[in-house]
Design a protein around this ligand. Structure first.
Ligand code: EPU
Length: 301
């Protein structure tokens, strides 16, 4: 029985996931589904449950490494207009989970809302950023880093659990950690963020400087998944990998970026296997030189 025909949204079979990840890596998904609205998403979850199919939710495919064998299950993307709304009232910004961070930052700037500028240039959706509490860290002193994360801005988040129930969580119901949040056990539908009033010109200036820092320090010209490892407390993973002399280290199509050592680039047709081998090599070198165990920041499916 073709169960997916009951859905309103767009369904693709055997869809190559490399077309949907920033790494340009990933085998096919049995089902790649973009539900039309929350009811359609609920129906999809029920059907997937009935047919015993695992469900994976993807944003813009950043921060993600998908196996070359692909996904034997359902990959869901919340790209329908219903999940991509942006609005504001006073200093509150409401964003659907499928909205890209870039769009959200621009929308805030256009309406003179400040506080989200640091999210400029992070490649992902609002939903993906909330699930993993995306953010940046800036060096303020020798070994002191200032971390800013999307969780700092959150007032409320509306989610659906995997049984199809919708609930709205207040900030106090959610725990946000470094590159993780308790929201990852739900499907995020939308959020309300508290910003503050600011001058459009100043906000624009801040956005420019965040984008500039990124352009100067990161190689954005080749496909990658962003930073591969979390920063260990008090350190920059990129700096540690750099100090091991690993910039430029290559395994087949995958190489450590010459510009920022916590980036692995897909230079030419890299496979997930090449990337995993390179990650293993990096972890071993950093561990033997600094006795620090690097933990992947990217999600591996
Ligand atoms: N550094 C090196 N060599 C390198 C890379 C960095 O010596 O190859 C040094 C830099 O010179 C700097 C320090 O390490 O003194 C920190 O570097 P950077 O400012 O690039 O920040 P980061 O800690 O490496 C973090 C986030 C990035 C985010 C930047 C923005 C993590 C794991 N990374 O990087 O996020 O863009 O701050 O400042 O938290 C991501 O999460 O995917 C990501 C790229």
């Amino acid at each position: 029985m073709n169960w997916w025909r009951k859905l309103k949204g767009k369904v693709r079979l055997k869809e190559p996931l490399k077309n949907h990840t920033t790494f340009k890596i990933g085998g096919p998904a049995n089902f790649f589904i973009e539900p039309d609205n929350p009811d359609d998403l609920r129906l999809l979850l029920n059907l997937a449950n009935q047919y015993d199919l695992p469900v994976f939710v993807m944003g813009r495919g950043s921060n993600l490494l998908i196996s070359d064998k692909g996904i034997s299950g359902v990959v869901v993307r919340l790209s329908a207009p219903c999940f991509n709304r942006l609005s504001y009232k006073d200093t509150y910004l409401s964003a659907g989970s499928g909205v890209s961070l870039g769009e959200a930052v621009l929308f805030a700037q256009e309406h003179g809302l400040s506080g989200a500028e640091f999210l400029a240039g992070i490649p992902g959706t609002v939903g993906g950023a909330l699930a993993m509490n995306a953010g940046i860290s800036q060096k303020v002193h020798r070994s002191e880093f200032r971390v800013q994360s999307i969780g700092d801005l959150v007032k409320k988040v509306t989610v659906m659990d995997y049984a199809g129930n919708i609930k709205t969580l207040n900030k106090g119901d959610i725990s946000f950690g470094y590159r993780e949040s308790s929201l990852s056990k739900y499907i995020i539908l939308s959020t309300l963020m508290k910003l503050k009033k600011g001058s459009k010109k100043q906000i624009e200036g801040k956005i420019k400087s965040y984008l500039e820092h990124r352009k100067l320090s990161q190689d954005l010209s080749k496909p990658s998944a962003g930073c591969i490892f979390r920063n260990p407390a008090g350190h920059s993973a990129g700096r540690l990998i750099d100090l091991c002399g690993l910039k430029g280290k290559r395994i087949k199509g995958a190489a450590v970026s010459l510009k920022h050592a916590n980036f692995i680039l897909n230079l030419k047709g890299a496979s997930a296997r090449d990337v995993c081998k390179l990650m293993d090599c990096i972890r071993k070198k950093v561990n033997s030189k600094f006795n620090i165990n690097l933990i992947p920041e990217i999600k591996i499916w």
